[in-house]
Design a protein around this ligand. Structure first.
Ligand code: KG4
Ligand code: ZN
Length: 339
């Protein structure tokens, strides 16, 4: 069965067609928000409206397929920016209603959490570290629709911290990949930056103190030469990796889970992946991550999540709308929606 995935929850308009593990075609259009230094929701929504139909048409042509060849549709219905979500949902519902193709509402974070299973055989349960621009959380994934949150950021998401620091350095938006590129030849011990320790909520994270310390450091050290920029980016990555590794190690030791998955846009960072992989290996835990491209927002993960829902016996459903705020542990599908 061919599954279509549609993603428009933030600033990527994306669509993909998959058949089992295989990607038939996919398209991602990343909006450019560098000039505003961040995503303006109304501007993003207008761009989705303009781009999504062309993107779909191009993809169907590339795949040489017709709508009647599609067996199921998944669309991101939250969490995210309401305007973009509604555009994806309306497009998907229109397609579903006019052609009778079953439709599944997909939780964006569940799509990030599950996409690793397209490339690797990762059985449930597994520990998930989800690192993106809007979220930073640790959870146990029990089933396709059952998530137990252990901890999350108390303030900024890790990607948000990277993006704001990159903006202060006059880098592009989003800035995570740009920081990674500059960090490559830097000395990660050159600059002392603070690590926030969560004393009571031991699986939680916090990045706003680090962000503020970085912004102050940048203010004081401008203008900086290229070597200093490299050292700063490498030092920032070191501190972030330490802030992620500590709660991860505690959870691995406490819950005795055999598999760990890292996903979300920030998980495409090779430095973070390798630090987290080391922690897993020294605790005898299998480490998995999607290929870097499938860590950032894409349509494949949405198509794959819908396919997983279908395989798990979750019924398709048209009775849903955009859910801008939608905690992952509230996802569990209603028993009446099970086949
Ligand atoms: O998952 P994602 O594509 O969108 C959200 O759901 O938020 O994640 C986007 C985030 C941005 O903050 C971006 O700076 C970060 O992922 N990111 C990276 C890298 N590539 C993207 N952060 C660090 N290193 C990268 N290579
Ligand atoms: Zn995402």
């Amino acid at each position: 069965m061919i599954f279509l995935g549609i993603e428009s929850s933030c600033d990527e308009s994306a669509a993909a067609l998959i058949q089992d593990q295989r990607i038939i075609a996919h398209q991602v259009h990343s909006q450019n928000h560098t000039h505003s230094g961040g995503v303006i929701p109304q501007v993003a929504a207008r761009e989705h409206l303009k781009i999504l139909p062309c993107l779909m048409q191009q993809m169907m042509q590339k795949a040489d397929l017709r709508v009647k060849d599609i067996g199921g549709i998944g669309v991101t219905s939250g969490p995210g920016l309401v305007g973009g979500l509604l555009i994806g949902i309306m497009y998907a519902k229109g397609l579903s209603l006019s052609s009778g193709i079953p439709l599944w509402s997909v939780h964006h974070l569940a799509a990030h959490a599950l996409v690793v299973r397209r490339e690797h055989k990762v059985d449930f349960p597994y520990l998930l570290l989800l690192l993106s621009g809007g979220h930073c959380l640790m959870a146990i994934v029990h089933q396709v629709d059952r998530y137990q949150i252990l901890g999350q950021t108390q303030d900024d998401a890790v990607g948000e911290c990277l993006d704001k620091v990159a903006r202060a350095l006059e880098g592009p938006y989003p800035g995570g990949a740009w920081i990674e590129a500059w960090a490559k030849e830097g000395d990660s011990c050159a600059i002392d930056l603070p690590i926030t320790r969560m004393r009571h909520k031991i699986y939680d994270f916090s990045f706003s103190g680090l962000k503020t310390a970085c912004l102050l450091w940048i203010q004081k050290n401008q203008p900086m030469n290229e070597q200093k920029l490299r050292d700063f980016c490498a030092s920032l990555q070191r501190v972030i990796a330490q802030s992620l590794c500590r709660p991860l190690e505690r959870a691995l030791k406490t819950f005795g889970i055999e598999r760990c998955v890292v996903s979300g846009g920030v998980a495409s960072n090779l430095f973070f992946r390798s630090a987290l992989e080391d922690v897993c290996h020294s605790n005898h835990v299998q480490f998995y991550a999607p290929s870097p491209f499938y860590c950032t927002d894409n349509g494949v993960m949405v198509a794959w999540a819908a396919w997983e829902y279908y395989c798990a016996g979750i019924k398709p459903n048209l009775d849903f709308s955009a859910q801008p705020y939608w905690p992952l542990d509230l996802l569990a599908h209603d028993e009446s929606l099970r086949l």
